[in-house]
Design a protein around this ligand. Structure first.
Ligand SMILES: *[C@@H]1O[C@H](CO)[C@@H](O)[C@H](O)[C@H]1NC(C)=O
Ligand SMILES: *[C@@H]1O[C@H](CO)[C@@H](O)[C@H](O)[C@H]1NC(C)=O
Ligand SMILES: [Cu+2]
Length: 171
């Protein structure tokens, strides 16, 4: 009976861990000039593990990952850092703000070919807590700490370790 519970738990929790999404930047328009990438990003939620795909004709554009300053001022890093395949896939590895620009000509400064996204932590968030899925008493976080990133982070660590242990037991 205990093992049944574990398998049910894994069946619920594991898909949430591997449900990474792929985002085609700019959708059908791809990576190009005169497209509002902020509007494109506005209604989307990005999580760690998701992928961005920058699609464009080879040679027409490229992709640089930059910091906030580079984004603001369209500062191109060394050309050797550019992604140039025309189908550049970037795995969002860490949470936080991420900035991308095109380094060809004035595409960033004059053509608005720049993208800023905010990456949220991975699928292991309290909102997908397996204990809630079982109808068990809802996780009670300290009232003052519920908006605190460190509480969420430690909760995620505990969940990750718990799942890892359960996984080893189950197989
Ligand atoms: C942003 O990146 C540039 C290099 O592209 C670097 O010189 C600069 O120090 C960085 N700024 C910050 C705030 O990290
Ligand atoms: C682009 O790359 C993705 C994987 O990153 C792949 O699934 C897709 O087929 C590629 N598209 C083209 C046109 O090469
Ligand atoms: Cu470009």
């Amino acid at each position: 009976m205990a093992s049944t519970r574990i398998i049910i738990l894994l069946a619920i929790a594991l898909p949430a861990l591997v449900s990474a999404k792929e985002f085609m930047v700019g959708d059908q328009k791809g990576w190009t000039i005169n497209f509002d990438y902020q509007q494109w990003a506005q209604d989307k939620e990005f999580h760690v593990g998701d992928k961005l795909i920058f699609s464009y004709p080879v040679g027409a554009h490229n992709v640089f990952k930059v910091n906030g300053t580079g984004f603001q001022n369209c500062i191109k890093p060394a050309l050797s850092e550019a992604l140039t395949s025309g189908n550049d896939t970037i795995v969002l590895a860490t949470p936080g703000r991420k900035w991308y620009i095109c380094g060809v000509g004035q595409h960033c400064a004059a053509g608005g070919q720049k993208l800023l996204i905010v990456v949220n932590p991975g699928a292991m968030s309290p909102s997908v807590s397996p204990s809630q899925s079982f109808g068990a008493p809802t996780q009670t976080l300290p009232a003052t700490g519920s908006a605190d990133g460190t509480v969420v982070a430690s909760f995620q660590s505990i969940m990750a370790i718990t799942l890892a242990v359960l996984f080893v037991i189950a197989v």
